[in-house]
Design a binder for this molecule. Structure first.
Ligand SMILES: Nc1ncnc2c1ncn2[C@@H]1O[C@H](COP(=O)(O)OP(=O)(O)O)[C@@H](O)[C@H]1O
Ligand SMILES: [Mg+2]
Length: 348
């Protein structure tokens, strides 16, 4: 099998079990040089196991792992030049911030002058240049996580792995740190594999998303590809909100309890399938493809108002009201329509 130019990491049929538990079905994935790829998925889907296999903490039962085209399946952790950032910052409490950041360079026997310069650069990069003399306990959670980031970026590892690094931070700080990580990524050109269970975080950060479910890769693609062209009902449900109309493909239509609807161009599913309609493509009012329901909730979210309504069989539907629209009252009946091309058909 050939590895294209610009591939940093290639995972080829990697599998892992823990006794009866399948943590990873045989899976394959390529990570390009300089890309920020997120591994997204619900808890227990195998994200951490995959990361541990990549960094060498866990030996796979099968498959091969290549870094820069070289087989690294059995190489020890410390020889892989892989940087790690976890949710718990794992800073050394008895070392200052600057000593923590300089630690990987000291381990590699770099001269003191070089360590000083590179630590200063790394601390400036995470906007902590003035706090080098402090101890970790004298920093906030967000600052400690920035020290952990600086300590990882300082020695320019070939690949940086992050496992839910912002999971312990509050929302505002998390969003701020997401922007920091994007900037660090852009400025350093590092290849980053970032694990999260938060779909918004994955959409915000990623060049590409690898979505996992039950120890398998569900779909890999850019945030836009995954959002606009989900290939499975799981993907459509996990990323963003959508209305899922289930039915049977009959000729060029999907027969559902809510009516027969034309299949979007390019649909390939047969048998049991569902139409996925994103809230921004569903409009109030009648049309050739329309569904009726009863308003269950309206959610004001500043830039938009979301209208949630229930179809006769209990299927939940969601649409976005244009700004300035007065939402219909809860309990009233509404009709909403979409144009055929904006829906996506997924197999069930
Ligand atoms: N060391 C272990 N021993 C036994 N089971 C494990 C171990 N690590 C992970 N698992 C199991 O493997 C599956 C995948 O876990 P994990 O990779 O941690 O998922 P995630 O990071 O997506 O939450 C889970 O069912 C988990 O319970
Ligand atoms: Mg995990």
């Amino acid at each position: 099998m050939s590895s294209g130019a610009g591939v940093k990491l290639r995972i080829d049929g990697i599998a892992k079990r823990y006794g009866p538990v399948v943590a990873l079905e045989p899976l394959s994935l390529e990570v390009r040089s300089g890309e920020l790829l997120t591994i997204l998925g619900p808890s227990g889907s195998g994200k951490t196991t995959l990361l541990q296999v990549i960094c060498g903490l866990v030996e796979p039962d099968a498959g091969r792992l290549f870094i820069d085209g070289h087989d690294r399946t059995v190489m020890p952790v410390h020889q892989r030049e892989i940087g790690l950032v976890f949710q718990n910052y794992a800073l050394f409490p008895h070392l200052t911030v600057a000593e923590n950041v300089g630690f990987p360079l000291k381990m590699r026997g770099r001269p003191a002058g070089e360590i000083r310069d590179r630590v200063a650069t790394a601390l400036t990069m995470v906007q902590l240049g003035h706090l080098g003399g402090r101890f970790p306990r004298e920093l906030s959670g967000g600052q400690q996580q920035r020290v952990a980031l600086a300590r990882c970026f300082v020695y320019q590892p070939a690949i940086i792995l992050m496992d839910e690094p912002l999971g312990a931070l509050d929302r505002q700080l998390r969003e701020h740190m997401q922007i920091e990580i994007k900037r660090l990524h852009r400025e350093t050109g590092a290849t980053i594999i970032y694990v999260t269970h938060d779909q918004e975080e994955a959409l915000a950060l990623s060049d590409r998303i690898c979505l996992m479910n039950h120890a398998r890769i569900e779909q890999v693609g850019t945030p836009q590809e995954i959002y606009e062209h989900p290939r499975t009902a799981f993907t459509a449900g996990f990323i963003g909100t959508s209305t899922l109309l289930r039915g049977q493909v009959e000729g060029d239509a999907l027969a559902t309890p809510h009516g027969r609807f034309a299949l979007p161009p390019g649909s390939t599913a047969t048998g049991a399938a569902a139409l996925v309609i994103r809230p921004e493509h569903l409009r109030l009012g009648p049309g050739p493809n329309a569904i009726r329901g009863v308003v269950a909730e309206t959610v004001y979210a500043g830039a938009e108002t979301r209208l949630l309504f229930d179809l006769a069989d209990g299927t939940g539907a969601a649409l976005r009201l244009p700004t300035g629209t007065t939402p219909p009252e809860i309990g009233t009946e509404v009709e909403a329509h979409w144009t055929t091309e904006t829906a996506v058909l997924v197999p069930l």
